[in-house]
Design a protein around this ligand. Structure first.
Ligand code: GRF
Length: 219
C-alpha cells in the first residue's frame, strides 16, 4: 500500500510533530511526513523538523491579506507536494468553512483535553478548577468549528490531588505523543474514516477495563 503523504501544520514547539515524524520513520508506518509548515517564523518546531531531515516552510499569516489568502497559499504548497493528509500539531489558526470542507476526513488535530470538555486554551487549568478526576487528550477530524470535529480517539489519566496545570500538561503531553501517531496510522490505512459526519472503525473496538478515579494507592 502506498504510504500516505502527510503535511504537518505547527505554530510552536512541535513536540507532537516530532512524535509523528519519529513514528513515520518506521518502515511499516503507513504515512510519511512530506512537509512541515508553520504560520509563525519563530516556531521552534521548524528547527526540530529540519534536524530530522524534513522540509519546512513558513507561511506567515500576518503577511497574507486575510484567512482565505493564507489558506490559498497553504493549500498550494500542500497540493504541489501531493499531500493526502493534514495533521495539525499545535497549529493556532482557525480554518474557513470552505477549507475545512475540502479537507473533511483528511485533516486531523490533537487537543489537550477530553473533548467536548475544554475546547480552546488553558485546558489543564480549567480542568483542575472544575475538579474533574479524569483528564486527557483527543485526536479528532478537523471541522471549521474550533476543537469540535468528530472524535477519533482519546487517552485519559487520573487527575492527582497534587496536580498543577504544569504537571497535568506534562503528563497529558506524554499521552498525546502516544495517541497521535496511533490515530494517524488508523486514518492513513483507512481503518478509521468519516462516514456521514461520524467516525467509523473497520476494526472491532475492545471493551476495556473501566478507569475509575480516584482509587486508593497501595503506598
Ligand atoms: C499540544 O498540547 C496540543 O495538544 C495542542 O497544543 C500543544 C502543542 O504542543 N494543540 P506541541 O507544539 O505539539 O509541543
Amino acid at each position: 500500500m502506498r504510504r500516505r503523504r502527510v503535511g504537518i501544520l505547527i505554530s510552536g514547539r512541535g513536540s507532537n510533530m516530532e512524535a509523528l515524524i519519529r513514528a513515520a520513520k518506521a518502515k511499516d508506518y503507513p504515512a510519511e511526513v512530506t512537509t512541515v509548515i508553520s504560520n509563525r517564523p519563530d516556531a521552534a518546531g521548524l528547527k526540530t523538523a529540519q534536524t530530522h531531515g524534513i522540509e519546512t516552510m513558513c507561511i506567515d499569516h500576518k503577511t497574507c491579506a486575510g484567512r482565505e489568502a493564507f489558506e490559498a497559499k497553504l493549500e498550494e504548497q500542500l497540493l504541489s507536494r501531493g499531500v493526502d493528509l493534514i495533521a495539525c500539531a499545535g497549529f493556532m489558526r482557525i480554518f474557513s468553512e470552505a477549507f475545512a470542507t475540502r479537507w473533511q476526513g483528511r485533516m486531523v488535530n490533537i487537543h489537550p483535553s477530553l473533548l467536548p470538555s475544554y475546547p480552546g486554551l488553558d485546558t489543564h487549568a480549567r480542568a483542575l478548577a472544575d475538579g474533574v478526576k479524569l483528564h486527557g487528550c483527543t485526536v479528532h477530524f478537523v471541522s471549521s468549528a474550533v476543537d469540535a470535529g468528530p472524535i477519533i480517539a482519546q487517552s485519559a489519566l487520573t487527575v492527582l490531588p497534587a496536580d498543577t496545570a504544569d504537571s497535568l500538561a506534562r503528563r497529558v503531553l506524554k499521552l498525546e505523543h502516544e495517541l497521535y501517531p496511533l490515530a494517524l496510522e488508523w486514518v492513513a490505512v483507512g481503518e478509521v474514516s468519516l462516514k456521514g459526519g461520524r467516525v467509523a472503525y473497520s476494526f472491532a473496538v475492545k471493551d476495556q477495563t473501566r478507569l475509575l478515579a480516584p482509587m486508593r494507592s497501595a503506598e
